[in-house]
Design a protein around this ligand. Sequence first.
Ligand code: FAD
Ligand code: NAD
Length: 469
Amino acid sequence: MTDRALDLLVIGAGPGGYVAAIRAAQLGFRTAVVDEHPAAGGVCLRVGCIPSKALLESSQRLVAARSELAAHGGVAGEIGLDLPAMMMRKDRVVTTLTRGVSSLLKKNGIEHIQGRARLGGVDGELREIVVTASDGEQTVQARNVIVATGSRPATLPDVELDGDRIGTSTEALAYDAVPERLVVIGAGYIGLELGAVWNRLGSDVIVLEYLDRILPGADAEIAAAAEKIFRRQGLDIRLGCRVLDAKVTSDGKACVVEVEGTEAIECDRVLVAVGRQPISDDLGLEEAAVGVDDSGIIQVDERFATSVPGIFAIGDVIGGPQLAHKAEEEGMACVEGIAGRYVHIDYDAIPGVVYTEPEVASVGKTEEQLKEAGTPYRKGTFPFRAIGRARATGSLEGFVKILAHAETDAVLGVHILGSHAGDLIAEAVAAISFGASAEDLFRTSHAHPTLAEAIKEAALAVHGRAVHM
Ligand code: FAD
Ligand code: NAD
């Protein structure tokens, strides 16, 4: 493609890669992105964040129409499900957004090369990257390379994925019928979000979790409260379950999941949601002497530089929280670093959101982390049921929990279980980013009536002076 070398080639057009490419183009770098998929946007847009949120929204609207409309005075007949229409809407949302990313790349003068990339040789200061596509192979030369190849679903040794009935999130985003009984392995982000979708659409959903709690890594008090609500909604969550194997029966009619110490479970489909692993194989990293750990995570320093000058890595492939916005921050910071600018990411200010209903959102330290570190803290909580807006909307479940340093009052962690928690957490992210105190939060005016008033009240509660409780 090139008659002269690129300043930057990004491998992977996911949220890490395409944002890095756009920032590079803004800084005047001659940039290209290579991705093996024709659609830009990576896992997030194609088979991750976006399609899952589209289905979560559609399925929740169905639940609301069936079980909440009457209380609001709405009168409707029986509300059925048109699954193909729901899936078509989800696909349209995905296509609109992937096309949007393609046009952003084009607008910024970034070439989008389709093909599978592999690091090749070195030519002076230039790195060669071999791109293989269905119509042949080409070699691209670039001064800098960012590896943003993301991750793929992990599986268990004796679970035979068949790409259909025993599958991962990718299959569960596109089932062609509602499974009568769905077994989900893993009560993390994917298990709970996609478990919720199919539970709302009518499946009996059994969630098998190895640990004695859901959402490992989340604040334990929030996770326990969320678990109670999800159980009430119909998820059959079974904790402390070690899955031994899962396979389709020989007659092909069902799946069987073997769990240590209990009877085997028969079901129509199995969703394996036990984490994701970095994509760092078959990239020529070893030959190029790029450091990769035993689990495939590319090793980088605080500027996202690998062990080889000119090769950088960002996003899911370097470990840490596997979140789209974390990949984006890294993409932006990495390019600014290549341009000689200041690089800093505060990983304590990266929020996490589980888009169930209610949502689970958090930023900063959990109470368990503060206890373990021996950090003195004060805690303020406030329930949404005491908030006027929550009464008006009917979304009463959940609470806000703020953890602040006992001496400095600095906000160290905010954890929210509630409707729109994923939007509400933005205020807490800003507070932590700017080193705000709980007092700063409660001295900030919050519009009435809004759900955000629960944050103000929880900040007041840190000082033992909540008003509406
Ligand atoms: P990716 O998005 O994985 O993109 C990597 C790209 O690299 C891919 O397009 C791949 O085709 C390409 N690639 C790989 N190897 C090569 C190669 N050799 N040559 C060329 N191209 C290559 N995160 C959130 O923050 N919020 C959410 O709501 C959310 N929901 C999710 C739901 C699901 C079901 C899943 C699976 C994930 C979800 N995530 C969510 C996680 C999020 O998708 C990832 O953290 C994010 O996509 C990582 O971005 P990335 O740029 O590192 O890589
Ligand atoms: P996860 O790490 O969130 O959860 C995996 C769960 O599986 C854990 O609870 C773990 O204890 C459990 N587990 C592991 N081995 C098991 C076994 N043998 N038997 C039973 N349970 C077992 O991983 P995920 O849900 O697969 O999601 C992958 C990643 O994708 C997430 O870590 C997250 O970063 C990202 N994601 C984010 C969002 C979001 O931001 N809303 C949504 C989906 C996915």
